[in-house]
Design a protein around this ligand. Structure first.
Ligand code: GRF
Length: 217
């Protein structure tokens, strides 16, 4: 099967981009990372792309008079590169409804919480303040609302009593790097269908386990 040409949009570090590139380097991967777009010229993730020989473009949002102009430039670049799927990976610009609609069910995002809880910024700080026992990450189809849309993959991570924002972020990031490649593979291989704004995954099994936190007293 033809591999789905996928673009990754970043603004910074690019560790999820790196995880996606590594997974897609497997000979049987259903997706190919064919383009990286950053809205910041100084995004460290751009170096991952060039090290892997993947075309990378900087489209600085500040260079456009309007948001639509910025998004049109992204859209045009995606089409020029024959892109079929788009992954947002630490892309720090909110995309307008028209753009989201144009890429409906072909536009994925990762968020470091168990959505729909803790949408938005400063996720780990708010998780710690709320005192929840579990957090995690979510890969979902993008909709017009921020961090909203049909959920493809989630992973659960325990919150420890001595966690700082940094330690929690690091624990969640580890599972992000497993979830995003899994979600992209599911979508690119055609196993994901969005029905009534919920994702159905052909042939997928759900875990049948009970986890407690604290584990014991
Ligand atoms: C990740 O935590 C992701 O969930 C969030 O932004 C962060 C990006 O990290 N949306 P990286 O640039 O992929 O390392």
């Amino acid at each position: 099967m033809e591999r789905r040409r996928t673009a990754v949009l970043i603004s910074g570090r690019g560790s999820n981009l790196q995880a996606l590139m590594e997974a897609c380097a497997a000979p049987d991967a259903s997706a190919e990372i064919a383009l990286v777009i950053s809205n910041r010229a100084d995004a460290a993730g751009l170096r991952h792309a060039s090290a892997a020989g993947i075309p990378a473009e900087t489209i600085p949002h500040g260079a456009f008079a309007t948001q639509v102009g910025f998004e049109n430039a992204i859209d045009r670049t995606l089409h020029e590169h024959g892109i079929a799927l788009v992954c947002l990976a630490g892309f720090m610009r909110v995309l307008s409804p028209w753009f989201v609609e144009r890429w409906r069910d072909r536009l994925l995002n990762i968020h470091p919480s168990l959505l729909p809880a803790f949408r938005g910024m400063d996720t780990h700080r708010r998780v710690l303040e709320a005192g929840v026992r579990f957090t995690g990450c979510t890969v979902h189809m993008v909709r017009a609302e921020v961090d909203d849309g049909p959920i493809i993959v989630q992973a659960v991570v325990p919150v420890r009593p001595d966690d700082s924002e940094e330690s929690l972020a690091a624990r969640v990031l580890e599972v992000e790097h497993r979830c995003y490649p899994l979600a992209l593979e599911l979508v690119a291989s055609g196993r994901v269908q969005v029905v009534d704004e919920r994702v159905a995954i052909a042939g997928a099994l759900a875990p049948d386990v009970l986890v407690l936190n604290p584990a014991s007293i």
